[in-house]
Design a protein around this ligand. Sequence first.
Ligand SMILES: *[C@@H]1O[C@H](CO)[C@@H](O)[C@H](O)[C@H]1NC(C)=O
Ligand SMILES: *[C@@H]1O[C@H](CO)[C@@H](O)[C@H](O)[C@H]1NC(C)=O
Ligand SMILES: *[C@@H]1O[C@H](CO)[C@@H](O)[C@H](O)[C@H]1NC(C)=O
Ligand SMILES: *[C@@H]1O[C@H](CO)[C@@H](O)[C@H](O)[C@H]1NC(C)=O
Ligand SMILES: *[C@@H]1O[C@H](CO)[C@@H](O)[C@H](O)[C@H]1NC(C)=O
Ligand SMILES: *[C@@H]1O[C@H](CO)[C@@H](O)[C@H](O)[C@H]1NC(C)=O
Ligand SMILES: *[C@@H]1O[C@H](CO)[C@@H](O)[C@H](O)[C@H]1NC(C)=O
Ligand SMILES: *[C@@H]1O[C@H](CO)[C@@H](O)[C@H](O)[C@H]1NC(C)=O
Length: 823
Amino acid sequence: MKTDFIFRFLVAFYTLVASTFAADTLSANQTIGINETIVSPQQTFELGFFSPGNSINHYVGIWYKKISTGTVVWVANRNTPLTDTSIELALTLQGVLIIRNTTTGFIIWSSTNSSTTSVKNPIGQLLDTGNFIVHEEDDVIDQENPIWQSFDFFTDTLLPGMKLGWNLVTGIDRHIKSWRSNDDPASGEFSYSIDTRGYPQLNVFDGQDLKFRGGPWTGLTFTGFSNFKINRLYNLTFVVNNNEIYYQYNVLDSSVITRLVIQPNGRLDRFFWIDNRQEWNLYLTQQSDLCDQYAVCGSFGVCNINNSPFCLCLNGFEPTSPSQWRNTDWSQGCRHTIPLKCEPEEGFKKYSNLKLPDTQGSWYNQTMTLVECERMCKRNCTCTAYANSNISGTGSGCLLWFGDLVDIRTFNENGDTLYIRLSASELDSSRSPSASRRIKVIVPVAVAVAVLIILVSICLFYRLIRKRQQQEGTTKSKFDHGPVKNEDLELLMFGFSTILKATNNFSNNKKLGEGGFGPVYKGVLEDGKEIAVKRLAKTSTQGLHEFKSEVILISKLQHRNLVKLLGCCIKRDEMMLIYEYMPNKSLDSFIFNKTQSKILDWPTRYQIIVGIARGLLYLHQDSRLRIIHRDLKVSNVLLDTDMNPKISDFGLARTFGGNQMEAKTNTIVGTYGYMAPEYAGGGVFSIKSDVYSFGVLVLEIVFGEKNREFVHKEHSNNLIGHVWGLYNESRSLELVANSLSESIDTSQVLRSIHVGLLCVQRNPEDRPTMTSVMVMLGSEGSLPSPKEPGFYIGKPPQEIRPSSSSNGVCSNNEISISLLNGR
Ligand SMILES: *[C@@H]1O[C@H](CO)[C@@H](O)[C@H](O)[C@H]1NC(C)=O
Ligand SMILES: *[C@@H]1O[C@H](CO)[C@@H](O)[C@H](O)[C@H]1NC(C)=O
Ligand SMILES: *[C@@H]1O[C@H](CO)[C@@H](O)[C@H](O)[C@H]1NC(C)=O
Ligand SMILES: *[C@@H]1O[C@H](CO)[C@@H](O)[C@H](O)[C@H]1NC(C)=O
Ligand SMILES: *[C@@H]1O[C@H](CO)[C@@H](O)[C@H](O)[C@H]1NC(C)=O
Ligand SMILES: *[C@@H]1O[C@H](CO)[C@@H](O)[C@H](O)[C@H]1NC(C)=O
Ligand SMILES: *[C@@H]1O[C@H](CO)[C@@H](O)[C@H](O)[C@H]1NC(C)=O
Ligand SMILES: *[C@@H]1O[C@H](CO)[C@@H](O)[C@H](O)[C@H]1NC(C)=O
């Protein structure tokens, strides 16, 4: 017994000696071979050679030791891949880290020699922070100013304690740069750095182009990080002084493991390690909503993600090019409604809850007060706006903007306050609102419309009478004539008084709902026919252009699964569309409603899915035009008395001539949760982006859950993500709406889910066309396996925030955001 004890003690002792001896240091006469590593004292990080992903190249890097996924946080030779294993890492007597070819002895890579003083006895040491430092062996370690440190040379990851930004003394600009791909750590296109052209801001660049602005530091947070909340996991530090400008974050509890990484696709993600699940959880991500695109609404435009379309002009501003603006091309931005003339009466109006505009070219002074700031801005005619640079406490500091203000968005809460220069009369009118300006714009348009209407109505009048006479004897639709020369005239114009009478003066109890562009009312014509009147909001951006396009488009379309447009009505600047009335309203009032959803048994749901598919197929393929709907969603599907689905709302549809299959738009319209990734991210729309929306719709109909609002206690994937997970575990049936259990046709349900998943695949080319969808829904044959869907992780970031009620990272429900595959 006794000997056994001593023996064990000795073994433990030797391993202890062995591991501390070689563990965390690299001395000047020591080398590290391809299979050797050094490990930090607490076993947190490990340094050595590795091969990323599927690559056969070797790199020297630092990765987490305790965490098994092998997440690499630093790469020494990212741009110098090593192709074979006859290599070693060594520290020279001058304190320079080198990678040597063991066959030839040639140095293949070396760290920059930043040391100016000669070094006596250098030693390298891997710290538990993930920093590899080189220092004098005999000295007390100066962790702040070592001879060399890996924390001065960033890869794609910002660890707690790293200083992202400028050392103004040495001129080093430390920034993270993405890997080229998950298999290749070479410098990619995207970087995250502090931009010092003006008041310093944290920006994501795509090459030279500004892609996303974290915005300037406001004393508490960064103005562009709408989703950052003061929390108990980590804090932020931002320092601006004569020696350095940097951003840093620190964990408040050392057991918390977190990293900020710029991904090969340019996304900036913060992860937390969830120990009991042994995986990284995405905690925050940037550039995930459309308003995060840099300057998407142009100068003086403001992006509001809850608005549709999401670009607006700031109060006191109007579109520079109204026609382009109405057409959702916001690139020209907005201009002052009343131009500034640099008069002394000009003043400033307060705008709240904003992301502060781009500070490139701005000026700042951190000690001035707001009053001094206003005075300073007022004195200089090119100064367009001012704000406090530090909102902490009662506010301090001064930030001035000159010229156009770009990249502004609104937040529901916690936004910043900005004071913008306006003319005296604009300031007056914003105190006593007057619509005089709008009328000026609308009158000429209205006059033009009126002239057109008079001409049109004269010729329509006779046709109308003739048609009414014909109607009795024919079931043929009144729009379905042979070729007609002027298709624009094939519309019924309703008189405003008729509409007023039918809708009881647009009485509130006739209101059916509120669409994207205005309210919809039920009406009854004198002959008893029921109609639905979509009254386009006067404030809506749907101008004459969209109005006409919607009217003309729909009037040309004839299909049982498309809602039928009966006519329109124009009264001055008011535009109304008259549709056939759908007594059952829209699909969302059924499937997302606990009691109503019982009415929709499986056969009905299947009939609805097939009906929508038919309608969409008609839009894509069978009608005379190729039409991409672009805003297909549950609330745009109406149901008739027999529960036949009818697709509605073509305001966003575009006609495509000839062979054109795909188009790119600078401006993106649609609804979050239904938008395909290539459309939401890059503005590329095609019939395949409609197919994606259709896929979302199918899954929502089968499961009776909203994709975007889906909640699950174990993860925060959206519905697509959840279904994808179930599908991969062959558990698809688990979630199918409870109310369906009796009516269910298992193979039909599985087939629908399968088709839905095929439609939401990330890559548009992988998605089927609507023709194939129809074939797949109707046949029994085997289907291809779906690939990974687009947009299945997580919710929009503003809905992601740490709980403040319990203790930390390790509990699943709190900050689990989504499951990403570690690389
Ligand atoms: C390595 O260097 C240390 C100090 O620099 C020295 O004590 C040791 O003898 C050297 N070992 C070899 C094998 O050169
Ligand atoms: C490194 O280890 C691997 C697997 O253990 C082995 O196949 C390889 O030969 C080793 N390489 C060297 C250079 O020792
Ligand atoms: C090392 O040198 C040998 C001989 O020149 C060469 O074949 C090998 O590719 C080199 N290794 C690396 C990693 O450069
Ligand atoms: C690094 O700098 C020191 C001091 O300037 C110099 O003596 C040494 O040769 C340099 N080493 C390399 C590898 O350039
Ligand atoms: C952030 O937290 C770290 C670690 O607890 C602390 O040292 C630092 O002072 C904090 N910084 C700020 C700005 O609160
Ligand atoms: C900032 O403003 C203060 C107070 O007006 C002034 O004393 C100081 O010189 C200014 N600093 C700079 C750099 O302009
Ligand atoms: C106004 O500000 C601009 C930009 O900082 C500067 O170039 C110009 O000299 C200033 N004009 C006056 C009168 O202060
Ligand atoms: C911002 O204001 C707070 C409160 O007045 C102050 O403590 C802090 O030092 C200020 N920060 C800067 C960078 O001036």
